[in-house]
Design a protein around this ligand. Structure first.
Ligand SMILES: C[S@@+](CC[C@H](N)C(=O)[O-])C[C@H]1O[C@@H](n2cnc3c(N)ncnc32)[C@H](O)[C@@H]1O
Length: 267
């Protein structure tokens, strides 16, 4: 894999171990409904889920819009699209599409809502992607971005310096790790109006987010394999990971990664 384009390539080709981890990470839980609230999704809405991954959120949205609505999921990973299609189990109002060239297979103005959860930090050209998402939205339709900002991660008992080192070493996996704070400005640049920003933070003390930290370790491994200057050796990264795992057992673990919820309307 070319390390310069790893931020996007690592989604096109996913090894089996990571697929299993992502299925756990992206499973939709009822408690996450608050992430969708600003999108005001209603029965009958036509919705695009851009970067739908294994399809869990798109299927939850299919329940929200009902059979008078429609959900389209798109993703650059063919395996995710196939697995999501299987999970849809023949439901006629939800479909998943594999995209390869940045073009969404929908006509102009086809949907009432565009949802995009934890995707924009990976796209090669975020302005071009947002322009394409705006194209498929109907006038008056809303785009709703739910995304992290990797400058706001807390992992205890690591302390800030180790968090910064660990996530900086994994930075090859992101095109724009600070997408959360930038989303508002990017929507304004595309001409969206009535832009609202909310930030939602969760505290994980039980270790549910360890897969995120393990996932970052695989990105650090890719950077090390490519001979990059990560500022952290594999042994140091493993020691931090082991410390986090041990802290869960000892009741000393805390993980938080605030989600930026940024919503705008197309004229
Ligand atoms: C972190 S996962 C999030 C998956 C899902 N949205 C969720 O939150 O459960 C990022 C997803 O974006 C997809 N993705 C990355 N770059 C993409 C692109 N340029 N076009 C479409 N999908 C993309 C990946 O394949 C992956 O499924």
């Amino acid at each position: 894999m070319d390390i310069d384009t790893y931020y996007t390539d690592h989604w096109k080709h996913i090894e089996e171990e990571r697929i299993a981890r992502y299925e756990r990470m992206f499973e939709w839980r009822d408690g996450q409904a608050a992430l969708l609230a600003p999108a005001a999704i209603e029965a009958g809405h036509r919705v695009l889920d851009f970067g739908s991954g294994p399809g869990f959120m798109a299927l939850a949205i299919a329940d929200m819009v009902g059979e008078s609505g429609r959900v389209h999921g798109v993703d650059i990973n063919a395996r995710f699209v196939a697995d999501a299609t299987e999970r849809a189990d023949g439901r006629a109002h939800v479909s998943f599409h594999h995209v390869t060239d940045g073009r969404i297979p929908l006509p102009d103005g086809a949907v009432d809502r565009v949802l995009c959860k934890n995707v924009l930090e990976y796209v090669p050209d975020v302005d071009a992607t947002l322009a394409e998402l705006r194209r498929v939205l109907a006038p008056g339709g809303r785009i709703h971005i739910m995304d992290s900002d990797w400058g706001f991660v807390v992992v205890e008992p690591w302390g800030k310096e180790n968090v910064d080192r660990y996530f900086a070493a994994a930075a090859v996996a992101f095109r724009e790790p600070h997408i959360g704070r930038k989303a508002q400005g990017l929507l304004a640049k595309q001409g969206f109006h009535d832009i609202e920003v909310r930030i939602q933070a969760f505290a994980d003390t039980q270790g549910r987010s360890l897969p995120v930290i393990r996932n970052m370790r695989s990105y650090i491994g890719a950077a090390l394999d490519a001979g990059g200057d990560t500022g952290l050796s594999g042994e140091q990264a493993d020691a931090l990971l082991a410390e986090a795992e041990g802290a869960v057992e000892e009741g000393r673990f805390l993980f938080s990664l605030p989600q930026f919820l940024v919503t705008g309307t197309k004229s």
